[in-house]
Design a protein around this ligand. Structure first.
Ligand SMILES: Nc1ncnc2c1ncn2[C@@H]1O[C@H](COP(=O)(O)OP(=O)(O)O)[C@@H](O)[C@H]1O
Ligand SMILES: [Mg+2]
Length: 362
């Protein structure tokens, strides 16, 4: 009766199960073993378990099998190795195997649960391929924008140089309309110049490897605020900065992130008489969550995803100047660090920007 129950129990397992004696011979196998390997039970019982292993791995398997008895415990087989099973028809398939010792009477047997992971391997492979493709097109895009920005620079420098020359030597010769147009040309020139600068910054950040170390976020924020406080217009800001932790990150790049977020907070709250800018931190699960909040002009929350796109701006140049690259850089850096970034806004109330950094490694 016990034996019958045991057989029912084994046959109901989702994996192929085989029980092997000290000599490596199959004592018991369940129905899934028949299905998976294409043998009938009577072709397996009493046979060496290597019958189920592809020919090229059999010698190694015998060594490992004998080794298992020297250090007998429950564990996955061949951790970190790609394991394969062999069907009766000679075909090979990837498997995952867990081993456990089974003591029956006075003998120790080994029970192996064998799972076919063909589908999982396929998905993994497809994911890898997709990842490689993505990396490739990212690189292409980077080198494209890098060379374009370099190539644009030279002619632009001429335009700026010559129009400045006209401005300084012949400005008086123009009538009012001519003066206005000349002013527009030089303004547009310097605007284009700063766009190219930012674009280069963006590609440079994409190309540099992260050099992570311990970074004190409090120090970084304080330095940026000290810099910002040199200007008249920032005197009225009420800075509310929580105690911020040390993180494991690239100091330069995290500096970029905080600069962009704090400069934005200053810029978009400059319309207030009493601007308040808060920097907060909390730990959620295995992440640090940082936030920068202001009580400025805010934005329509419907567009909160758009802000992080390259050159995307919700406010126009005449109201607030900018290039629309800052948040794209922020996103890029945070993603490289394995974090997340998002923003929440309410028109005419203010905006909050959040980013996370993994908590490990400190
Ligand atoms: N603190 C903020 N308050 C309101 N809007 C913001 C804030 N920060 C960013 N934005 C919006 O997101 C857009 C993109 O920001 P960013 O990439 O830094 O570009 P830029 O500052 O050059 O305009 C801004 O143009 C603005 O519309
Ligand atoms: Mg900005």
């Amino acid at each position: 009766m016990i034996k019958e129950d045991f057989k029912i129990f084994l046959d109901s397992a989702p994996d192929a199960m085989v029980i092997i004696n000290k000599n490596g011979e199959i004592e018991i196998a369940n129905r899934q073993t028949e299905n998976l390997f294409g043998y009938d039970l009577d072709e397996l019982i009493g046979e060496k378990v290597e019958k189920l292993v592809p020919a090229e791995y059999r010698d190694k398997h015998i060594q490992h099998r004998t080794g298992f008895y020297d250090d007998i415990k429950t564990r996955p087989m061949g951790a970190g190795l790609d394991l394969y099973g062999a069907r009766k028809d000679g075909s090979k398939f990837p498997v995952e195997i867990s081993l456990s010792p089974v003591k029956m009477k006075d003998e120790v047997f080994v029970a192996a649960a064998i799972r076919d992971i063909t589908e999982r391997k396929k998905t993994e492979y497809a994911l890898h391929a997709l990842n490689r493709q993505l990396e490739e097109s990212n690189k292409e895009l980077e080198s494209f924008s890098y060379s374009v920005s370099h190539d644009l620079r030279a002619p632009l420098r001429h335009i700026i140089g010559f129009s400045n020359k006209i401005m300084s030597t012949q400005f008086d010769k123009f009538d009012d309309n001519g003066k206005r147009i000349m002013k527009k040309i030089t303004d547009a020139g310097s605007k284009l110049n700063s766009l190219i600068d930012e674009l280069l910054k963006f590609t440079r950040i994409g190309n540099t490897e992260l050099t992570r170390r311990k970074v004190n976020i409090n120090n970084i924020v304080n330095e940026i605020i000290t810099d910002l406080s040199q200007s008249e217009t920032t005197q009225s800001i009420d800075w509310q900065i929580e105690t911020l932790p040390e993180v494991y990150a690239d100091p330069n790049q995290i500096n970029h992130v905080l600069q962009n977020l704090l400069y934005n907070a200053v810029k978009y709250s400059s319309i207030r008489e009493n601007p308040v800018i808060k920097v907060k931190h909390e730990i959620l699960d295995d992440e640090h969550v940082f936030s920068v909040m202001d009580n400025g002009i805010g934005f329509n929350n419907e567009y909160k995803e758009k802000l992080f796109g390259m050159f995307n701006r919700l406010h126009n140049e005449s109201q607030f100047e900018g290039t629309g690259i800052g948040l794209a850089i922020v996103k890029r850096i945070i993603l490289k660090h394995g974090g997340r970034v998002w923003g929440e806004g309410e028109l005419d109330k203010g905006a909050s920007f959040y980013f996370t950094l993994p908590k490990n490694n400190v």
